[in-house]
Design a protein around this ligand. Structure first.
Ligand SMILES: [Zn+2]
Length: 189
């Protein structure tokens, strides 16, 4: 990651946060610096780009966040950024095989895999809500997260998504989490 790219995500964050009428330019810069620091602590590169079918995806090479998110109020912007950040903590803590098996286990284990996936996503949401509220509080920003994340997803809906992905992963003979994430990335962009 070169200097220009680092400066650029910071600029994009500042520009986005400044659009919140309740936040002045000093706070916008400080909050952008804090968010950037959170990302850099994990040594992950984030980039904003047009994504048509998702708000973000945590890939090995970089984390892609939809440019639509830059138009969100800062509470929701942080919710998306920190949700994806949580996945990198999970990858480092548990390894990526946990996710790999969810996609490569046979359909007999669908129920169990769906529950695991829901739990991974719910944990990422909890982490994200905690971080977002911390920064809202730190800068006395009177906003609430309006997105529901995975809390509204039922096991049934996750199961039907997962069946679809398991079929693709088997068909395309995808062998690693990187291959799966890159495949999903190409599908959603
Ligand atoms: Zn997620």
């Amino acid at each position: 990651m070169n200097w220009y790219k680092k400066a650029s995500i910071n600029n994009q964050l500042v520009e986005s946060i400044s659009k919140n009428k309740d936040i002045d330019s000093t706070i916008s810069q400080k909050l952008a610096d804090d968010i950037e620091k959170e990302i850099n602590n994990l040594n992950v590169s984030y980039r904003f780009e047009p994504l048509s079918r998702a708000l973000g995806i945590a890939r090995n090479s970089s984390c892609s966040i939809s440019t639509k998110v830059l138009e969100f109020p800062v509470a929701d912007l942080m919710f998306v950024l920190f949700h994806e950040l949580a996945h990198y903590y999970q990858y480092r803590k548990y390894g990526t095989d946990l996710v790999l098996f969810i996609y490569t286990n046979s359909e007999e284990q669908l129920e169990e895999d769906a529950r695991k996936l829901k739990s991974i996503e719910n944990t990422a949401d909890k982490f994200s809500i905690m971080k977002t509220n911390y920064y809202l509080n730190k800068y006395k920003i009177n906003q609430k997260i309006t997105m529901s994340g995975y809390s509204n997803s039922t096991i049934e809906s996750i199961k039907s998504q997962l069946v679809y992905f398991k079929k693709i992963v088997a068909q395309k003979k995808l062998k690693t989490v990187d291959e799966i994430n890159d495949f999903i990335y190409n599908m959603i962009k």
